[in-house]
Each structure stands twice: as C-alpha cells, then as structure tokens.
Ligand binder design. Sequence first.
Ligand code: M6R
Length: 611
Amino acid sequence: MCGITGIVSMNRNNIGEVLVKCSRKLTYRGYDSVGLAAVHNGKVELRKEVGTIDEVDKLLGLSKMLGDRGISQLRWATYGAPTRINAQPHFACDDILFGAHNGNIHNYVEYRQELVDAGHIVRSENDGELCVHAVDKYYEQTADMFEAVRLSIRDLKGAYAYTVGRADMEELYAVKMGSSLVAGLAEHDTIVSSDLPSILPLTNNVVYLQDGEMLRLTPNDVEVFRIEDGRHLDRPPETSTVDEQAAEKGGYPHFMLKEINEQPKVAEDVLGVLQGSKTEKWLKMIEDASRHFLVACGTSYHAGIVGTYYFNKYAGIPLIPAIGGQFIPMYGNTLTDDSLSILVSQSGETKDIINVLNLAKENSSFGKTLGIVNVIGSTLMFGADAYIPMACGYEVSVPATKTYYSQVIIFAYLAALLGERNGTLDSSEAKACIDTLSRDLPRLTQDTINRTGIHAKDLARTLVDFKDMYCLGYGFTDGVAQEGALKIKEIAYNHCEGMYSSEFKHGPLSIIQDGYPVIFVTTRENSWMVINHLSEVRVRGGRTIIVGEYEDKLRHYVDSGKDYLVVPASNLFLNPLLNVIPLQLLSYFLSVDLGINPDMPRNLSKTLTVD
Ligand code: M6R
C-alpha cells in the first residue's frame, strides 16, 4: 500500500519526468491519489490530486515539473479520505521541509494533537503528514537534518517508511521502520523507493535496507545508517538481476493477462529453483519440526490450503492452515519451540504475516519460520529463518495469478520429496509426481490457457449480470474454488463465495432459485461425490457450471457446453494448477466486460503493509 519514490540527481533538471516514469511502476501500490514535490532553484513546488498517476499527470503536468530532486507518492488511503488535502507529499509548517510516507502511524490521534498544541500547522487528516512534522520538530531543536530524522522515530509509533527533504539542502533522507524501502545508485542519480520496479528504470545497483535503518541520498552516494545510534553501515550496492521488462505489459492489454500467460514459464523457473541445492535445507527444516503451520492471506492462503491437501496425501504431514491475522489468536498459546510456521506471501510485506514473523523472532518458543516469498529484499525474505523464492519475477497486477501457481508448485514438489523420505510414497510414486511436474506441467498449462481462453470469455458474457454466485470445490479443489471466488469478487465486484461443496447443503442451498449460478471445480477422483452436490443444486433450478477435466457423466449436469470449462486431462497432482487457470481467465473477462481495469481494482493495493 502506497508507494514513495525520492530522487536526487547530479545534473538533471527534469525531475518531474523521471519521477513520473519511475513511480508509474508502483501503480499497483496505490491509485487513490498522487503527488509530486520538486525542488527547483531552492524552492519546492508541490502538485497533488485525487486519481491515478496517469490521470494526475495529465491534469497537473507532473512530468513537466522542473528540478534536480524531489519526492512522489502514490496513495492507498487509510488515515484520511482520498482527497487532495490528504494526498502526499506534505509540507511541514512552511514550504521548506517536505516528505511522504508509506505505512501507518498508530499514535496518529495523540501525536497530531501534541503537534497542534505545540503550534504546528497540521493541514490534513493523513498520518503521513505527521512524519514531516516530526522531522520539523527535531530540526527546530537541532538544526541538523540527519539528527532530526533519526530522532523523529521516537515520536512515530507504527510500521512505516518515509522520505523527506528540504528546499535548502541537496540531500534527501529516508527511514525504514516496518515498511519496505530500497535504494539505487545510478551514474547520475540516487533513488529511494518502496519497491524495486521503480528503481530499475534508473539502475540495477540496489541497496537493500533493514528495519531500524535510515538513508542519506546525495547526488552521487547512498549512505546507510543505524537509526538507534547513527552509526554508519557499510552497505555496498548489489546488482539486481530482475528484468525491468517484467514491469511492462509486453503487448497485452493488462498485466493480469500477461501474468496468466507467463505461468508456463513460471513452472520452469520455480522447478529450476526447487531442483537446486537449497531444497535439502528446506526439507530438513520441515522434517525437524513436530508441528507445521501454514500462515498466509488472500490468494497466498488459498495456495496454502491446496498445500495442506498435498502435504496430507503425499507427505503424510498435517499442515495446519491459518489466515495471517488469525494465527496468533488461534494457535499462539500452543506453539512450541519445535513448531514450524510456513509464512507464504508474494510481497513479503503483508502486515498480518510480518506481525507473526516479528513475534516469532522475539519469542524462541514460537519455533522456526520458513518463508515462501516472491519479492527479493522484502521483510519476510530477510526475517524468516529460511525462505523459498517463488521465482515468478514481478507480479504487477493487483490480482495474484502466477504467484498462486508458483506457491502451489512449491507445496506439491516438497510434498512428493518428503513423502518419499518418510515412506508415504515409494520411490516410483515420488518420481512420477516430480516427473509430471517437470515434463507435463509447462505444456499442459499452455494447453489450458489456449483451450479455455475463448471459452472463459464466452462464459463471462453470460455471467456479467449475476451479482451473486458460488464457487465450490471438493478435496484438492477446495483452495482452487476459494481462489476463483476471490478473483471474481476482487476484479468484477460481483459477490462470489468460495466454499467446500459438501458444506453447501448446510444452509447456503436455500439461496438457489431459477438460474442462480454455482461453479463446481472438479477432479476425476472426486467427481462421483461432486455429482451429488451438482444434483442438489440442479434439481432446485440452479445453473451449474463445471470447471475440470471432461467426463461424460458430468456433461449431463450442465445446460450447454458453454457451462463446462474443460481443462486438459492430467492427474490429481497437477489438477489444482490447471483448474485455477480457467477461473483466472473467467474473472479477467468478467472484469473487462464490466468495464473495470482488472489490474487496479477499486479500494485495493497489492502490498498491504497495514493491520
Ligand atoms: O503479498 P501477499 O501474498 O502476502 O498478499 C496477500 C493478499 O493480499 C493477496 O494475495 C490478495 O488477496 C490478492 N490481491 C488477491 O488476488
């Protein structure tokens, strides 16, 4: 949520153009409002408005703003409505000190009052403004910007990152206190940002920060300091291998469609990682633990649900799933030092997950943590006892697609190896599982995209007017159905509830009337059971839609071929990976048909760094 970018340049004058170009890459973090503060000839010019970066740029000419340094911010609103006054960056009391933040200041109410009582002119209801005033307060006391930034965190409680500058100083400062922050060192510019994609247009020399650290950006250097005592830290830049093109649409109308189409390649890439030498360490961590928890949110949680089925069937290991925010209230009191929490997060910054990570770090009786994470340099990647990279490249679209796919492959692969090691599978069974992943999955994934694309588009046209539906799964398709339902809600704004199909008769069945749509996600192994659930809906006039392999016996349960999204024949091991694709495509086409941009669903942000 929210994306900040700050640039200090050696000799350029077109800071607006460069900041817009770089911060456009953070659009997935926030699109409620956008602002840009540029320093030109010792004066700060601030322009900001409600809207996406492209809308605000068009309206206010952000990219025409002159200067050699500046800060931009893309906002996802939490404190303060999405209005112009609450848009960031903010000035402190005068128009000299300016800055913007990402995250939440938890003591907002008390601290705002304290500042007002002390005579500060606080204009907005946005907590980011308090960061700027906190620095201003300490600058008044010390007349030293470095010290003012360092001391400001005494006052600011919460999880946040911010960047600030002054009209009369050539440098910018930034702090990382619980929200993501990376920096880059280019030939003629230095840059700080919430995320790597906005650094890459300028450089791939990247400096990663840890919580409790601050930065000073001058035109030719990025210096890192420990906030606690101001000690300088030696942190040479690393060369990022992330492809900048990952943040381009590459000819597709939307990032979501591009990312769905990248899944065959993701299969190859993540399998490459899993076939590497680090897998032994991950397997050992799992084997050494006596209890295994799976903690994740949203799509990552659904992939984790699928993972629990793999672990049960193939590895004979019970993996206990919990939603990020639920984990501690539900299991916190029962954790032991031989527990393992598998924390799954695309961004590696989701606050509900980082809260668990932080508690585990503080408390050895919580056991160990194993991250499954996509964003390199994220808090989860640095903080977990070990991490498995998802190897997906950047996922830009807010709806997660290829990252679900990678997460499920990781669970499937680990389950097969663990099963072989502990005797749940014999070696030929385990080999068959691994072989089907590497030999069949990329091809079958491509086949599924090709086969179901047009079909999902046709089906979407018949579903656009239904504001309410269900998506039901059974066994291995439990998490798949929940994921399909989430996608439809998220980007079509039509309510769709994901549920276990045998549970439907315990209440929700009463909603069925003529034509009410219910999607069933099936596997060949369980279709005999799902037929019961299909019948219960159909005899009451409901419209049943099937996603799964073609089976003659199922064909009778749909009105026409249109209502049967057929995936290529495979096996149970691959099923949760293939069945999700038609649901991704269906939600995509529903969204587009409804005139929604699926990459930027309203009210959402890809990286949720707030509680
Ligand atoms: O970065 P994370 O995997 O931790 O994100 C978790 C959820 O916020 C995320 O999966 C969300 O549900 C997706 N936008 C759904 O498409």
